[in-house]
Design a protein around this ligand. Structure first.
Ligand SMILES: NC(=O)C1=CN([C@@H]2O[C@H](COP(=O)(O)OP(=O)(O)OC[C@H]3O[C@@H](n4cnc5c(N)ncnc54)[C@H](OP(=O)(O)O)[C@@H]3O)[C@@H](O)[C@H]2O)[C@@H](O)CC1
Ligand SMILES: Nc1ncnc2c1ncn2[C@@H]1O[C@H](COP(=O)(O)OP(=O)(O)O)[C@@H](O)[C@H]1O
Length: 432
């Protein structure tokens, strides 16, 4: 696992000889700015850490011209013109295709506003010994940067070989509605890819038909209900026996319905893993934040939530300070849950203070429904971990990394814009 986020001091004297090129100082090798767009590669090593002022006018003009000309630029440590702390351009900025981060990742380079200027982020290890890094890092307050390479060391639930289907993770899916039947199909595809032993839906007949077309082995706990479940927003008069499941996923495509405290009570008492996504989060967010937090704190079992930023804002309007990882961490601490905050660089935070941030993303795979696949996959993994008795927050990180890895492999294999069902299918193959 990489470390990142530490702002190492850099002397400004290192920068002076380079900056002098355009300010009339002494560098004899280059007396005028290089013309952009001439096919050369530029190495931007002008300004690094701790930039807080806009570029001087001649450099700002050059950065602007370079951007217009599509100049190929690689940056050393931090692109010039970028605030590496908040991840915001300070004005004109040198937009790099690749940024070679020295020693440690800088948090600002992972923020959404910085991604276009940073391009592909790569870390150069220049030999700072681990004991020095340990001295400058405060592990409890900094997220750990993770890449798909960390999949090999991240935890993975392994049911014993003697376990039957019910010993390999039992997942109940509350998903889909007349308006969004596809979300139930996608969440089921993710859950199926996880390898969980028994996936059961609790849905109306219309949604059940859509799901069983592709997944005939998935059960429907609402099949025998009379009258059948409504086909509008999924509301439950009576939930099935939750003790017969290791995990419950609540939310993808359920459509909006108000939070009803007594209907949610069995979910609060459920001792297994509860995964809340999409409309599960939106329904809970219909109550004031303090009540939603109290409900989550009162949960008898572990809770994972998988919001995108708008769902997060609805549920935790007061956790509005800091970057993605800091906001996820604040919510996780407040509610005593594990938060996976999706985005271009997804963050995962646990209530015990541990926090991770993915250092990569696959933008062309980010299409409607990809989050439903992730929710189903993570919940399936969680169910397996509960069944084997070794649930850990790290499994949610691993699920996010596997999901990312599947999307990236598809892109590298020539599918420029893989669809969510393709990602689910690739996840399934990865697990075999
Ligand atoms: N296959 C399926 O069945 C799928 C079903 N899905 C299910 O859909 C449900 C809603 O989930 P969601 O994430 O889209 O809703 P939400 O949190 O309100 O964020 C939406 C934000 O985006 C914006 N916005 C919307 N439309 C826009 C537009 N055309 N162009 C631009 N902006 C637009 C919108 O902005 P606003 O309209 O408020 O201005 C809002 O801020 C949920 O049940 C989910 O599971 C999905 O998982 C996908 C696959
Ligand atoms: N710009 C981006 N680059 C890479 N990944 C992204 C980007 N934007 C979103 N994602 C990823 O795409 C998925 C979208 O999930 P979500 O917003 O829940 O979609 P949906 O509700 O339509 O399924 C998440 O895994 C998220 O991390």
């Amino acid at each position: 696992m990489w470390r990142f986020g530490v702002r190492l001091p850099v002397t400004s004297r290192l920068l002076l000889p380079i900056y002098s090129t355009w300010t009339g100082w002494t560098c004899p090798a280059c007396r005028s700015p290089p013309p952009p767009g001439q096919g050369q590669l530029w190495i931007d090593a002008l300004f690094g850490l701790g930039q807080s002022r806009p570029l001087p006018a001649p450099l700002a003009a050059l950065a602007h011209e370079a951007r217009l000309a599509g100049q190929c630029i690689w940056a050393v440590d931090v692109p010039s013109g970028l605030d590496d702390h908040h991840g915001r351009p300070l004005g004109a900025c040198f937009y790099s295709q690749r940024t070679f981060c020295l020693g440690l990742y800088k948090r600002g380079l992972l923020q959404s506003d910085a991604l276009a200027a940073v391009g592909q982020l790569e870390r150069l290890d220049f030999g700072v010994p681990n004991w020095v890094l340990d001295m400058v890092q405060q592990p409890e307050s900094l997220p750990r940067g993770v890449t798909t390479a960390d999949r090999t060391t991240a935890p993975w639930p392994e049911p014993p070989s003697a376990a039957d289907k019910y010993g390999r993770g039992r997942l109940l899916l509350l998903a889909g509605s007349q308006r969004y039947p596809g979300a139930a199909v996608l969440a089921t595809a993710g859950a199926d890819a996880s390898g969980a032993g028994a996936v059961t839906l609790y849905v109306g007949p219309d949604v059940a038909r859509r799901v069983s077309d592709g997944y005939p082995h998935v059960l429907n706990a609402a099949a025998a209900l009379s009258p059948p479940l409504e086909s509008g927003p999924l509301v439950w008069r009576q939930l099935p026996d939750l003790t017969r499941h290791d995990a419950v996923l609540l939310g993808p495509g359920m459509d909006y319905a108000p939070f009803v405290a007594h209907a949610w009570e069995p979910l609060q008492k459920f001792a297994g893993l509860l995964v809340l996504d999409a409309d599960g989060l939106n329904r809970l967010a219909a109550t004031p934040e303090s009540e939603a937090v109290a409900w989550l704190q009162g949960r008898c079992g572990p809770t994972w939530i998988t919001p995108h930023i708008r769902e997060f804002d609805r549920l935790f309007p007061n956790c509005c300070h800091g970057d993605h990882a800091e906001r996820a961490a604040a919510a996780a601490r407040a509610a005593g849950i594990t938060v996976l905050l999706k985005g271009p660089r997804t963050a995962v935070a646990a209530a015990d203070g541990r926090c991770w941030q993915l250092l990569e993303g696959v933008p062309t795979a980010a299409r409607a429904g990809l989050g439903d696949v992730l929710a189903g996959f993570a919940a399936g993994r969680g169910a397996m971990a509960v069944a084997t008795g070794d649930l850990d927050h790290g499994q949610l990180v691993r699920a996010a990394l596997d999901h990312l890895h599947a999307a990236r492999q598809l892109v590298e294999g020539g599918w420029r814009q893989p669809s969510p069902p393709m990602v689910a299918e690739h996840l399934r193959q990865q697990g075999e």
